[in-house]
Design a protein around this ligand. Sequence first.
Ligand code: GLU
Length: 435
Amino acid sequence: MLSPRAKAGDNVVTRPNEAPPHEFNPWLRVVSLIEEAGHLLGLPDDMIMRIVTPERILEVAVPVRMDDGEVRMFTGWRIQHDTSRGPGKGGIRFHPSVNADEIAALSADMSIKCAVVNIPYGGAKGGVRVDPATLSRAELERLTRRYAFSIAPMIGPDRDIPAPDINTDFQVMSWIMDTVSMLRGHNTPGVVTGKPLSIGGSLGHAGATSLGVTIVTTALLQRMGRMANEQRVVIQGYGKVGAPLVKLLSDRGMKVVGIADVRGAIHVPDGINPAAMAAHFAEAGTVVGFAGSETIDSDDLFSLPSDIAIPAALGGVITERVAQTMSASIMVEAANGPTTGEGAAILASRNVPVIPDVLANAGGVVASYFEWAQDLQGFMWEPELFQQRLEKTMSDAFNHIWKRHQELNVTLRETAIAVGVERIAEATEVRGLFP
Ligand code: GLU
């Protein structure tokens, strides 16, 4: 049931719940996090209800003619969770496990994330339930364009601005931008971010999430009086976020000793050379088989001897069991929603500080904000300015969360969500209730 625990008849938003009840449901997790934050802040129940409930949910059928002439049907969603602070913002993912609950949860995460880094956006998210690895490039283009057409009434530079997420990239964004531009009859570069430079993308967008993860990780190490060059890191994921992270963290003296990708996991106790790994991956398409590495069971990645754990792939992976056996004494959530409620409780009881997704991976959406601002102005910035502003936005957000964390005396996650919810509540309150 995609519904906050609210009084029936008040605001109940029902959706078929596709996840079996025993499985981790990211929507229920985010609802309880927002509710807890609301109670911590002393917000009235009706305000909590207004913040939790998604504003707009669109489910679309996406029929696609396959290369062999057969028509296959896919399902897609776009959900705007909250737009009190600005237009909706959030990625689009193509993955076989996508469902309404997941997209709703991720859209709420985006509302909070944008508020945590204080950029003028609300939260949204979209996705299509599909395994893009099974599609040809032409099929992927047709699927993207049909999905873009179907959500077009809901998106736009001043409404809701999609971006890349799992299994989507600059090419998918280009097709969406083109489809919407064709529909509107004029160029609309500001309708999506994460575009190539030739059509209004921005230098610095690629790798921005990883840079943000690096900035907050370094800041936490400083607060804890720990030396970067004494840290061993394990990373789950070697994609858009994980791959640049290996280099950025290594450049700061950290040693990446373990990586997992969809094909398997490896252990390199002396640390992975980022350039050698990039070259190996380009050739092999997986981290497995990297020279000098030992192949390990993917389930054992987080129990490898390490100091910092970085999930940078899918959600719901840091379960109770993983949290219990995690070797690292710091976790940084580069992925969205990687930790279950039980996993988070174990890490808290073991005093493992966790930089939550809504802060840790916000570099991506901050970069999107800069790209969108440049598109709206039709004026492109120098790359140095982009970098400088990204670093300042992430450091300011970390410092603010850290300060509030000391004052509130709750976990970094609870603090970040409370800061986000507080800012959304302020905007909701001052705007009043229409009509
Ligand atoms: N998909 C990224 C995220 O989850 C970026 C979203 C955006 O730039 O809109 O934060």
